[in-house]
Design a protein around this ligand. Structure first.
Ligand SMILES: Nc1ncnc2c1ncn2[C@@H]1O[C@H](COP(=O)(O)OP(=O)(O)OP(=O)(O)O)[C@@H](O)[C@H]1O
Ligand SMILES: [Mg+2]
Length: 460
């Protein structure tokens, strides 16, 4: 089926060039120069998506664009609307997002990113007539071998993954620690046209704000005091592939605006070199925090949030898909025994039932560690509940746990929280000292305290 796209712009040159671009990409177009015309087209009911310019020649405030968007949303609430706005009017685009626009692209637009946004909008808004594929069908269509599970929520996520993998629109993967966010990001890459390119992972929690630009965009020799040699940035390493920005919530405000600029304009500059470089990457971000809440609290830029969140995939915690536990347990057992050339291991049905009842705060990572430890420690081929209870001492969240307890007792996050609490006690709430002792900036420390709900008390 050919999709019909409505282009709304009062500038004939913009209308023509957008129309040309979309026709070449195989879409049918309808154009409108004014709001009334646009609404008439939408009333016809044949439009699949709309591109809406926010900057009208007469009304530069953009009010007219927002008003039109609201009317469109009343007439056709599910129609995906993509806003086109200049960098200078990104605030307008943000207001449009709050009113229900699907996404926004900046002017002058980048053809490729406009087309990917449109593809994503259509893929997510127009389910085709065929029934949703089940897990088997998905396996035959896509490369999803690494992701085990057939619970309805996981299958739903994989259906979306399949629909959006092939375009280039940004994806935000959310979910608790250990739920498989990185695995999902890799699967998107492997199922995209970028699979021959690199998958470059960047842990933003580990990059200090002073080094952010040099890490991400690279630098030339002599660009700053310590720049003894040229450095290739991560965006360059990921050229033609995918960049995975993990722990995106850890980015401080100054870096947030730098990242926003690249995502918006699709160009960046290497430090010490003023030639703009085209960015040719797909961006996938991940976080285990509630970014929307962070936006509400003013801790994360709203415009950046909408920019990275064109497509969102939320991984359910393991305790909400216990049906996947037996499959995962067998998978991890097989992976280990094959890798170490050990005899195959069996789980009794009581064991599987017992495992399904565990809370698993560390999610799939915790389950994996538990299975591996039990197999290695027990040395048995047939595992009973007793073999597990010895390793699963219960209360892994206990504040008294030794942070360097055996693997599986604590997730990295729990350990991080404990260490911060210990340091605060040890340094009598002197935040500067606490931060220094943990090798963090004060800002990074505050963000983590906020993340783990550690109350802030002034020095005692
Ligand atoms: N559905 C799955 N099938 C098989 N293995 C999985 C699945 N989900 C996660 N895993 C495994 O569990 C472990 C944790 O997954 P991953 O690193 O992707 O989690 P994460 O959500 O990125 O965690 P964090 O927030 O701590 O970074 C990895 O070893 C991964 O291979
Ligand atoms: Mg991860």
């Amino acid at each position: 089926m050919q999709h019909k796209i409505l282009i709304v712009d009062d500038d004939v040159a913009v209308r023509t060039s957008l129309e040309l671009l979309l026709r070449k990409a195989g879409y049918v177009c309808e154009v409108a120069a004014a709001p009334q015309e646009a609404l008439n087209s939408i009333r016809s009911g044949k439009i699949n998506a709309a591109l809406l310019d926010m900057n009208y020649a007469l009304e530069t405030s953009g009010e007219e664009g927002l008003e039109l968007l609201q009317k469109i949303k009343i007439l056709h609430p599910l129609l995906p609307v993509i806003l086109i706005s200049g960098w200078g009017s990104i605030e307008l685009a943000v207001q449009g997002m709050r009113l229900g626009a699907f996404s926004f692209v900046s002017k002058p637009w980048n053809n490729q990113s406009l087309l990917s946004t449109l593809q994503a909008a259509l893929a997510l808004s127009q389910p085709d007539d065929t029934p949703d594929p089940g897990r088997k069908e998905l396996n035959s269509r896509f490369d999803l071998d690494s992701i085990v599970g057939d619970s309805p929520r996981l299958v739903k996520l994989l259906q979306t993954l399949g629909r959006i993998a092939s375009n280039d629109a940004p994806v935000l993967v959310t979910g608790e620690s250990g739920t498989g966010k990185e695995l999902v990001a890799e699967a998107i890459h492997h199922n995209s046209h970028r699979k021959k390119g690199a998958f470059v992972k960047v842990n933003l929690g580990g990059i200090s704000s002073s080094l952010f630009e040099s890490e991400m965009f690279g630098h030339r020799k002599g660009a700053f005091t310590d720049a003894y040699t040229d450095r290739v940035g991560r965006f360059e390493l990921a050229r033609g592939g995918t960049i995975f920005l993990d722990e995106i919530a850890e980015l401080d405000p100054a870096c947030q605006v730098k990242l926003l600029r690249v995502l918006q304009e699709k160009t960046y500059e290497v430090l010490g070199d003023s030639t703009p470089q085209q960015s040719d990457v797909r961006v996938i971000c991940a976080t285990n925090r509630n970014l929307r809440q962070m936006v509400e609290k003013g801790l994360f830029r709203e415009d950046l949030f909408y920019r990275i969140n064109v497509i969102s995939l939320e991984l359910p915690p393991l305790r909400e898909r216990p049906g996947d536990i037996p499959l995962l347990a067998r998978h991890f057992a097989l992976q280990l025994t094959r890798g170490q050339q050990l005899p195959t291991v069996h789980f009794s049905s009581e064991v599987l039932k017992w495992l399904k009842g565990l809370p698993f705060p560390g999610n799939i990572r915790e389950l994996k560690n538990l299975i591996e430890r039990v197999i290695l420690v027990s040395g048995k081929q047939s595992l009973a509940i007793d073999d597990f209870t010895e390793q699963y001492q219960g209360a892994p969240l206990s504040a008294h746990a030794n942070p360097l307890d055996s693997p599986g007792m604590l997730t990295l996050e729990q350990m991080e929280k404990l260490m911060i609490e210990k340091a605060i006690k040890a340094f009598n709430n002197n935040i500067a000292k606490v931060a220094r002792s943990l090798g963090l900036s004060r800002g990074a420390l505050y963000r983590r305290m906020d993340k783990y709900n550690i109350p802030y008390e002034s020095e005692s």
